[in-house]
Design a protein around this ligand. Sequence first.
Ligand code: NAD
Ligand code: ZN
Length: 684
Amino acid sequence: MSVPSTIQQQINTLRQELNKHSYNYYVLDAPTIPDSEYDRLMRELETLEAQYPETITSDSPTQRVGGQALSQFAEFVHKQPMLSLNNAFSQEELNDFDRRIREKLNLDSIEYTAEPKIDGLAISLHYENGILVAAATRGDGTHGEDVTQNIRTIKIIPLRLQGDDYPAILEVRGEVYMPLAKFNAYNQQQKQKGERVFANPRNAAAGSLRQLDPRMTASRPLSMTCYGTGIIEGGTLPDKYSDIVACLKRWGLPTSAYFKVVQGAQGCWDYYEDLHKQRAKMPFDIDGVVYKVNSNKQRDIMGFISRAPRWALAHKMPAQEVMTELLAIDIQVGRTGALTPVARLAPVSVGGVTVTNATLHNQDEIDRKDIRVGDTVIIRRAGDVIPEIVASVLEKRPANSQAFVLPTQCPVCGSAVVRLKEEAVARCEGSLNCPAQRKQAIQHFASRKAMNIEGLGEKLIEQLVDANLIHNPADLYRLTSDQLANLERMGKKSADNVIQALTNSRQTTLARFLYALGIREVGESTARTLANYFGDLNAIQQASEIDLQKVPDVGEVVAQQIYHFFHEPHNQAIILKLQQAGVQWATINPVASNATSNNVTNTTATNVNSIFTGKSVVLTGTLTQMSREDATERLLQMGAKVSSSVSKKTDYVVAGENAGSKLEKAQTLGVTILDESQFLTHLK
Ligand SMILES: NC(=O)c1ccc[n+]([C@@H]2O[C@H](COP(=O)([O-])OP(=O)(O)OC[C@H]3O[C@@H](n4cnc5c(N)ncnc54)[C@H](O)[C@@H]3O)[C@@H](O)[C@H]2O)c1
Ligand SMILES: [Zn+2]
């Protein structure tokens, strides 16, 4: 039977593809597709070759192990080849594996060992008389790379074995890997330095170990777990692998804490299920479980096929990295106006969970990874970490694709989007108007240190916004008592109270009003400084960034924030509405910027008709007619310095009810003391 030419062509293409990816993966440590995709292509080729065995050639990727060695390292020849493992992706395939072994050995039940399949790279260690003399990578199974110098830098690997009952010549095999915590920390550090990050822990391990300069390897946090032996001379080892592992451990070699002896296919399956549950919490990446026949005598009977032993099986777990299509990049606007690009993905199963979107963080991240709509992307979801786009598969990028840029207008409200110098996030500037920011903005507006609207809490604001009764802070002043009383959990009385609180709040101070607007970076104290400096809202609205920077404590970033806020037309409209609704404040005469002093609540303003102007005042005890904050506010407006402690420099102490030590101190120092009613008369 001859092979149809289309099949032969398909086989050739698959081989070419697989060889290319093998090279990228094993030689360059820079795969361009996820393992799951590589495995899929491999399975496709295996299936075709099984159907048409005459097409199999000895150089087919299905017949070979790993990739060639990198020529920069000295070659290391493995006298006993380092093989690959056969894969299983289902319980059925596990049962087939077990059945073949039982039939061949003519036994009812087989004793296996089970251990994690760590995702790193295979290394062979050579000990002579207990001293580490050589270490090599697997390479193509017979020709590896001599990485002795690099391996010597990994602290968990003993340079000298413990005890004295080890064979004179002992070859130990295992996996070198980078623990997840170390991998994440390393990448974090690289990102901060603006340097290259590793796509996954396996690349990190391979890339780190195959550094030509051992000092580079030494700086990378690598670890190792041993899972077998190779050449043994001048001594013998026990028959059972589990006993050998105990020996390795005794000699000081790192072995797996998860290693277990299990019985039959059921024992293997139970172990698999158990480890799968633990996977998210494990300190290293695993891509499956490895089962091995425990007895070496039994292993010898089983023997090998071309590239793998018949007595071992790698049972793969759902891939943590998969490929899918990036359908769109949506923009989410957060409660604080931050714009976050979110990737919409063609649904795909990663690590056993269906993923349809992933965050892209910000513009810089998208630029750094060069991710575009229409790309085929690699998604990684390891452990409990949120799914992440690792990279785009460039070879699958559509010809007409375009780099992504964040919109310049907020997709929710249409306000300008601004990204300040040295900030990673871009934000919607329409904070008073933007539906995405609405609740937060109104809550802040009503809060105690802002407009201090009593009874108008978070819950009530949510209800009002959800009922479409208010859209921005100005709408608050149009609310009626009936509207409020109709809401759930509100009675007539509380509704009236809120209306009264709203009415009271109309008379405020410029500082409170500025703070209430919720301009980014403008806290209570900056608001007060601004109010005192400019004296008038108009002046602030018209100030340039340079003007704003002249205000004490207002730097470049704050000035930018204030400027952008007042230049957003949506914000201007709402400020006007608030003024039309009757929100007002007493005018303040502006002052120059030269009057800050230490240990004093704020800069001075002047209202020349007051006994407090230019004086240092301390408030103590409880005032019954107004809050401490309001009293402070009024004093500052009149150009007083409000201080928290009494000293010889204090001009007045205002003593409310239950005044204590500060009052005593004032009496001792002979400072003028005003009670509340005296204080109030001077406020007029
Ligand atoms: N993304 C790509 O472009 C690309 C290219 C080539 C290969 N790959 C990936 O490489 C893998 C195939 O490589 P492979 O031939 O090394 O096979 P394998 O990784 O499936 O299995 C063999 C290897 O498993 C490792 N291993 C881990 N724990 C072990 C344990 N407890 N006992 C024994 N061995 C253990 C050893 O390093 C051993 O060499 C696949 O996962 C494949 O997807 C990916
Ligand atoms: Zn907006």
